[in-house]
Structures are given as C-alpha cells and as structure tokens.
Write a protein that binds this ligand. Structure first.
Ligand code: ATP
Ligand code: MG
Length: 458
C-alpha cells in the first residue's frame, strides 16, 4: 500500500537528475511528508538556520523512513552553515567530535544533530587536503550539498527534506530506488566497502529493516571483501552488531547476514550461536523474543540477548569440564570465563554486560532443583524474572526440559499450599527444608547470589 502510494505520487514528475550536482526536487504535491511529521527540534533548527541565510534540511534515515511510512528513530539536520555558525545561532548547543565536528542543538529533551555538508574523500585525498593557511582540513572536509549526498552510503540514505518548503531533494535517485525496493550503494560498491567495511553490515541491517533487496551490484563485492571486517575496531563492530540485535528486526538481520555469509568467522558470536544444533534454536528464539518485545514497545536487555547468544559455548564447555570429572558448579564458572575470554579474542563484548550475563548463566542450573527451600530462594532472587525468562526460552526451544519450565510457570502463581505440594523430594536429602528467609544454602548448590554483582548493567 505504502509502496503503491509512493509510486503513484512520485511516479509522475519523477524526472531524473541530468547530473548528480542537480537534484530532483519533489514539491509537497509529490509526496506525503508534512512538516509536522518532523520533530519539533529538527523543524525549528532548520527554520532558524534558513532564516539566517543558510540552507538546512532533515537528512538521511529519517527522510527515508518517513517516505516508507515508518516512524524515524531520530532526525538529523544537514546544513551549509559551518559548525561555529551553527553554534552561535543556538543558545543551547555545543560542538562535539574531533574528526568531524557536529553540533548538538538542544530543544527541551530533544537533541538534534546538525552536521555541515561534507565532501566524500578518500584516504589519499585526505592527506593533502589543506587550506591556504596550511591547516589540515581532513578533520572537517566541508563540501556542497551534492557532495554531501555523494558521501553517504546508499541512495535511499541520501535524501533531504526541507521542512519549510516541504520539498524532498534527491541527488542520487534514492526515491526511484525506494519505489523499486532496492538498496543501492552510491558510487563503486567495492571501493565504498574498502573505505568502510561496516557498510557491509549496514547493507544487511538496512535491507532487513526496510524490506529492500540488496541490488546485485551492491551485493557482489561482499564475498571478496568480507574479511575486511576483521580490521574494523572492535568497539565499532560491536556497536553495529548491537544495532542489528536491537533493531526490532534481529531475525531478519541475521538471515541477511547468513545469506551474505557475513556471520562466518568474522562474527563468531553469531556464527557459534546459530550453527550449534543444541543451542541454535534457543539463540534464534531469543532473537525473535527480542523482536517481539520491541514491537510491543517493551524494554529489552542487551545483556540477556548476548547471554543467550553465548549460551551455546558456555553450555558446551560446562559439560566438557563436568565429563572430565570437575564438579558442576566450578565447571560452570570456568566455562563462563572461557566463553567470555574466547569472545574477547574476536568480538569484544564490553565488560559492563559481564555481570548480568554471568548471573543469568549461573542461575540456570538452579531451575532444575525443585526440592527443599531452593525453589523459594530462587523465586526471591532479584534476577529471578530474567533468569526464568531465559530458562523458559531454553525449555521452549529444546535446550532444557519442557516439563521443568512448565513446573516453574505453575509454581510462581501457586498458593503457599500448592507450592508445598509441588515440591519434589529434596535432592540434597540431608537437610530438612526450612521456610525461614535467608536460610543457609544447601551444600553443593550452585549460583550464589553473592557471587554476582548486584545492579548489573543491562
Ligand atoms: P537507522 O537510523 O535506521 O539506524 P540510518 O541510515 O539513519 O539508519 P545512521 O547511523 O543514523 O543510520 O546514519 C545516518 C546517515 O548517515 C545515514 O542515513 C547515511 O546517510 C549516513 N551514514 C551513516 N553511516 C554511514 C557510513 N558508514 N558510510 C556512509 N554514510 C553513512
Ligand atoms: Mg538514523
């Protein structure tokens, strides 16, 4: 429906630009984006900048999303004004960034990112880019609006919207590609991937999010160049992976990554998670549960998802160590550390997630213990909810006994008497069950709550 609407509206009058420096301009009668679709902050920023004699547009993902009838995450502004000029126009603003200076303009709770039109440049050109005073301009290579369109990754990301005139400016046939449901790289795809290999991951993520097919020419070089992802700084890679996992389209993203064979070797976290027959279905189920929660506007925990994706490794190692004769709980501890260390060697998960992940893992064996005071203590654990969700997902995807998952579902809602009846004979055997809160732990019981940091970052 949206597609037919856009093609109906854009179809006529969609004259192609004769030259990339001349945009096709779609007036308000040619599209359905109205200025009140734009956030108040971005609108006012553009208005102010234009009043001061500059050009200013909403740019990038927001225009693309609005044309597709989707709600944009945020609104970025691109302008002809230099950062200092932007800064001086808005009282509540600050310049950030060293390599590329951008200005954050604050409107109440909203922060609008304002960037000056930049030219696309390669590393070689960068080295000898200096102004007449010898100042190296590589930090801020200003350019024209057309150049700013050209330096962007995909044609659908190079659209500008003027909220004053309600016009869409299209330098790279982005509208045409959006109608054709195609994700097309601007310029020579191989060269653009070499400049920034993360664009391969962006192709996967955006095509999944927007339901666009990756144009064959855009997809072709990925096979040859995917090894370049190994050189991308860990933090940037992790950030992009996290964006995918929390995009609300994680399942689709992962499918795209597999189609593009980008999950192999380069992204061991996903590689391992998806290919392991014992835990692969659980990892997929966790991705799907995350997508569902995001669709329902429920909060999601990256640590939960990361713990699910790494669980395969943890579990495998845990059982290996147990088979070697190590007791269960120390085996689980070692397995967790081994899994995190191995992961650190490839795609580092920031340490702030460690505590929550470990806690979720450590609580898993405790769900199997249904005798004595143990289930009551587990129920009172501050992380019970998340750990139960984790266990329940495992049970539903064949990674834990389904019957145990169902038992816990009933146990939580049961009355005191029913709970007593549900209890299994105390496996510990030696101790009489005590109902006293904070009673001592039974011997051999794993997963002491004291062993994991409270209030861990999710
Ligand atoms: P979303 O906001 O849905 O994640 P987006 O396309 O808006 O997707 P951002 O990371 O917000 O992604 O980037 C904003 C814009 O900056 C993009 O639309 C694109 O024009 C440009 N851009 C982002 N990353 C790159 C890149 N690696 N190479 C070239 N241009 C990029
Ligand atoms: Mg964006």
């Amino acid at each position: 429906m949206i597609k037919s609407f856009i093609s109906r509206v854009f179809g006529r009058g969609a004259k192609q630009a004769a030259h990339p420096s001349k945009p096709v301009v779609y007036g308000p009668d040619k599209h359905h984006i109205r200025r009140d679709h734009i956030s108040r902050g971005a609108r006012k920023t553009c208005e102010e900048l234009q009043r001061a004699g500059h050009t200013a547009f909403v740019v990038g993902g927001a225009v693309r999303d609005l044309l597709l009838g989707m709600r944009p995450k945020d609104f970025d502004v691109a302008t002809s004004a230099h950062p200092d000029a932007v800064r001086s126009l808005f009282r509540r603003s600050r310049i950030i960034g060293r390599r590329f200076q951008i200005v954050h303009v604050m409107w109440g709770a909203e922060t609008v990112e304002v960037s000056t039109y930049r030219a696309h440049f390669t590393k070689e050109a960068d080295e000898d880019r200096q102004d007449e005073h010898g100042r190296v301009l590589s930090d801020n290579v200003f350019g024209t609006q057309a150049e700013d369109a050209l330096r962007r990754d995909f044609t659908v990301n190079a659209l500008f919207y003027d909220p004053v005139k309600e016009e869409v400016w299209d330098f790279q046939h982005g509208v045409k590609d959006l109608i054709a449901k195609k994700l097309v790289m601007i310029g020579d795809p191989a060269m653009r991937y070499r400049e920034d290999p993360v664009r391969m991951l962006r192709a996967a993520r955006l095509s999944a999010k927007l339901g666009l097919a990756i144009d064959p020419r855009t997809a072709a070089p990925v096979k040859e160049l995917r090894h370049l992802l190994e050189n991308v700084p860990q933090a940037r890679l992790f950030e992009e992976i996290l964006k995918m996992l929390l995009s609300g389209n994680a399942v689709a993203c992962v499918q795209r990554l597999r189609e593009m064979e980008l999950h192999h070797g380069l992204l061991p976290l996903l590689d391992d998670a998806l290919e392991d027959p014992a835990t692969g279905p659980f990892a997929m189920a966790a991705l799907k549960a995350t997508d569902d929660r995001l669709r329902e506007d429920k909060p999601v925990s990256p640590a939960f998802l990361l713990a699910a994706l790494l669980w395969g490794r943890v579990e495998r190692r845990w059982h290996e160590l147990e088979e070697k004769g190590q007791p269960s709980t120390p085996s689980l501890h070692s397995a967790m550390h081994d899994a995190l260390d191995a992961q650190r060697g490839s795609l580092a998960i920031p340490r702030r997630f460690d505590a929550t992940m470990k806690e979720l893992w450590l609580l898993q064996p405790r769900f199997l213990q249904r005798g004595g005071t143990r289930p009551f203590r587990l129920l009172e654990h501050p992380r019970f909810r998340a750990a139960y969700d984790f266990f329940e997902l495992r049970a539903r995807s064949g990674n834990a006994p389904l019957e145990v998952g169902q038992w816990w579902e009933r146990f939580q809602d049961a009355s005191g008497e029913e709970r007593e009846r549900m209890l299994h004979p105390d496996e510990g055997g030696k101790k009489k069950r005590r109902r006293r809160r904070g009673g001592r732990r039974a011997p051999g019981e794993g997963g002491s709550p004291e062993e994991v940091a409270p209030g861990a970052d999710e």
